[in-house]
Each structure stands twice: as structure tokens, then as C-alpha cells.
Design a protein around this ligand. Structure first.
Ligand code: KIV
Length: 271
């Protein structure tokens, strides 16, 4: 797909892209102006990820992110009326507690946040929640492998599925997420051969992040590709621009011109 998605993307398009052998491009997005730019750039899926907590709010992990924060960012992105599919993360503690919470919070992301699909982390352990949300006609994207909401179990942001048994469990998780009704699944931080195997065994698209080139699509965090997040720089991130340098240069020149009384000039003043 070239720049500028012309037609509204739905989950049907995303599923068809796998059968047509077309790769899926997904980026995170947390605000209105970025949503407009990404939509015009041909991104198939905008993900209001709970990574917002780390790259935007400055938390150390995604765990403190609340439903209200997710709804706030989702509404900002939805206001851009993107043709990209709008997927929004269910944050920690919004679906792990019980099925009713999962249903109510998925519903809130749609009703209050404008989400067109929700994403949640986990495999066999979240099957009942996925089924319950899909039964409400809310499309669900799964997320397995390195699941940041499980940081304390994993003992850090570590590649998952390295042993044979861990790989088999991840394949079982992927199949369980698919059987529960998910329309796609994110594979994060797993060996590329395992991601290729899962991708070939699933009918639904896999979207990789740190999972190699054989997934049906790829997702990255927008702040990472723009060079705006200095906290972590995982191996799988590619820097497509140095926006930090651009902001720093612009702010520095503004400060210098103000101090030298070179800004504002007559052109920027009212008479
Ligand atoms: O929260 C997020 O941004 C994510 C992506 C990295 C997949 O879950």
C-alpha cells in the first residue's frame, strides 16, 4: 500500500491483507496532530498503546496507566477521523480481574474513546475475556510473547519463547487467541523462527515487534522511530528520523533570538 490510505480500513481489510499477501503497517499514536499525519502516510492501523504511559507520561512501566488515560488519548486520535483502523489497548487491571470488567472496559474504549477494536495481552489465560468481548461485537487484537504488563513475571523486558517448551506454549497461546475470536495478534520479542512458525500456522494476521521479518505486519512505537524516547532503545527499533534534534534546534534558535531581541520582528507584530 502506498502513502495515503484512500478507504476506511476495517478488520475485514486487515484479515484480507494476510490472505492477499500484503504486509500490514501499524504504529502507535496518542494525539490528534500525529493521527492526521500518520493517517495521510498510509499506516493501516493506529494503536493507542498503553506504551503512552512510558513514552508520553514518563512512567517506568505501562502498569500505572488508567482507563481514563487511555480514553483521553483515544478520543484525541479518534477526532482525527483516521481512515486507518483505530485499535486501543486495555490497560493493566482493566480486564485481568474478571469477565465483567473486561466487557465494561472494552465497551468504554469503544463508547467513550472511539475505538474500533481493543487489544489485550495474554494467551490461554485470557481466552474467556477475549470471547466475552468478541461476543459483544467488539473486535479484539491479541498480544503474546513479551507482554509489558507482565514485566514482574518476566523479570524485565526479555525475549520470550527461546526454549522449545516456551516456544510450544507461545504457539498454543497464539492458537488459543485465534480460537477465542481475535482478528489479529501482536507477537512481541520472540525469535524470528518461532514468529515465522506461528505466522504460518495462524489464519489471522500476526503483527510483529521484535519478532523478525516473517510476520504479516509490523508495529513500532512512534516515539521510538522518531528518536524521541531516550529511556530504552531496543535492538528491534529503527530510527527513521531524529525529531529530538529538530525540536532542540528550533527551541534553541527561538531562545537565542528572544535573548538577542531578534524575535519578534515587525512581521510578527500587530499595528
Ligand atoms: O502499548 C503498545 O504500544 C504496544 C505495542 C508496542 C504493540 O502494545
Amino acid at each position: 500500500m502506498g502513502p495515503g490510505v484512500k478507504r476506511k480500513r476495517t478488520i475485514l481489510d486487515i484479515r484480507k491483507m494476510k490472505s492477499d499477501g500484503q504486509k500490514i503497517a501499524m504504529l502507535t499514536c496518542y494525539d490528534y496532530p500525529t493521527a492526521r499525519i500518520l493517517d495521510e502516510s498510509g499506516i493501516d492501523i493506529l494503536l493507542v498503546g498503553d506504551s503512552v504511559g512510558v513514552v508520553f507520561s514518563g512512567y517506568d512501566t505501562t502498569l500505572p496507566v488508567t482507563m481514563d488515560e487511555m480514553i483521553y488519548h483515544s478520543r484525541a486520535v479518534a477526532r482525527a477521523k483516521p481512515k486507518s483502523l483505530l485499535v486501543v489497548d486495555l490497560p493493566f487491571l482493566s480486564y485481568q480481574t474478571d469477565i465483567r470488567d473486561a466487557r465494561v472496559n472494552a465497551g468504554r474504549l469503544v463508547k467513550e474513546g472511539g475505538a474500533e477494536a481493543v487489544k489485550l495481552e495474554g494467551g490461554e489465560n485470557v481466552v474467556e475475556s477475549i470471547k466475552a468481548i468478541v461476543d459483544m461485537d467488539i473486535p479484539v487484537m491479541g498480544h503474546i510473547g513479551l507482554t509489558p504488563q507482565s514485566i514482574h513475571r518476566m523479570g524485565g523486558y526479555k525475549v520470550q519463547g527461546k526454549s522449545e517448551s516456551a516456544g510450544e506454549q507461545l504457539l498454543a497461546d497464539a492458537l488459543a487467541v485465534q480460537s477465542a475470536g481475535a482478528f489479529a495478534v501482536v507477537l512481541e520479542g520472540i525469535p524470528l523462527k518461532l514468529a515465522a512458525k506461528i505466522t504460518s500456522e495462524l489464519a489471522i494476521p500476526t503483527i510483529g515487534i521484535g519478532a523478525g521479518p516473517h510476520c504479516d505486519g509490523q508495529v513500532l512505537v512512534i516515539h521510538d522511530i522518531l528518536g524521541l524516547c531516550e529511556k530504552y532503545s531496543p535492538k528491534f527499533v529503527k530510527h527513521y528520523a531524529d525529531v529530538k534534534a529538530i525540536i532542540s534546534d528550533a527551541a534553541g534558535r527561538f531562545a537565542a533570538e528572544v535573548k538577542a531581541s531578534e524575535f519578534p520582528t515587525d512581521d510578527h507584530s500587530f499595528h
